[in-house]
Design a protein around this ligand. Sequence first.
Ligand SMILES: NC(=O)c1ccc[n+]([C@@H]2O[C@H](COP(=O)([O-])OP(=O)(O)OC[C@H]3O[C@@H](n4cnc5c(N)ncnc54)[C@H](OP(=O)(O)O)[C@@H]3O)[C@@H](O)[C@H]2O)c1
Length: 315
Amino acid sequence: MILAGRGSAILPPTMPLVPSRRTITSIPDRVARLVTHGHVRVSDEELRRSVEGRVVLVTGASYGIGEATAKRLVDAGATTILVARTAERLQEVAADLGPGARAYPCDLTDFDAVGALAEQVLADHGAPDVIVNNAGKSIHRSIAASAERFHDFQRTIDINYLAPVRLTIALLPAMRERGSGHLVNTSTWGVYGMPIAPGWSAYLASKAAFDTWVRCVAQEIRGDGLTATTVHMGLVRTRMASSAVTQGMPAMTPDEAAHIMCHAIVKRPRLAGPWWAGPADLISNQVFRGPTEALHSRLFTESEKRGWGMGGYPG
Ligand SMILES: NC(=O)c1ccc[n+]([C@@H]2O[C@H](COP(=O)([O-])OP(=O)(O)OC[C@H]3O[C@@H](n4cnc5c(N)ncnc54)[C@H](OP(=O)(O)O)[C@@H]3O)[C@@H](O)[C@H]2O)c1
């Protein structure tokens, strides 16, 4: 089932539209958190020292990881600029989070509107101290099911790549002039850590594009005192991760993901993700890339025959 115009491509009918941020986690979920990002620690006090009185812009703050991250930032005393499309929902979230939260509704795939948003933010708050490029869209669909769906590639590249580029280049000059700032990119372990998987071509290519962009730009802005972190996030139970294929899998809660995002804001590592992402990436995507892809290919063919959903579900 397609949820048109929303952050999630495929929602099974049983899945609530907005999973609770505070869902009590099962043991497999706890294990997933420990195995992926269990080494990440940032106390409320550390976060407060880092962001109190500062301006942090979070895109995709109306739901999921962005909403939970914005909550922690507001609680820690940051002026937190919330950006997402759905104005009503964004106002609700801002009202819930309190006076530190400011709602700036914007469809980030409308690039003129993004320019206007950046101008407004600079006029209202000056250059942000941190930009969290988090808004995104996931599509899980095989190439066979995509023949008549070029728009899937267009919309993932628009929101996952061009939108954060447009927003960042509009705000960067003011941040560089001030001589400080941090960019955080919510990426996925699907592009670093896990073997590149069939069925995710639109999503993973668009996420990889922004990862590479950040990696290039980080080198250019470092001399001006700016830093960048790419977070290779594991599975998080949000609207986006509601597809039938990910539904039963162990996953983190949005609050746990927010903890990882806040760690990225405070510690500013170049990369943040599962501690084993580097070795796993080396093994599965480089040393044993041939056998890994051959295995995936066999599994994919079997999956298409038996309807396991490895390539997503048509529709
Ligand atoms: N969930 C996971 O397992 C997982 C894993 C790895 C990485 N990630 C990444 O984490 C980020 C957040 O995902 P999530 O899981 O929190 O998903 P989510 O709950 O669906 O939230 C997506 C957010 O992006 C916003 N958004 C989507 N299209 C937009 C547009 N055109 N303009 C402005 N805002 C837009 C949505 O708001 P509106 O609909 O109101 O616009 C929403 O606030 C994404 O970049 C995703 O790729 C997620």
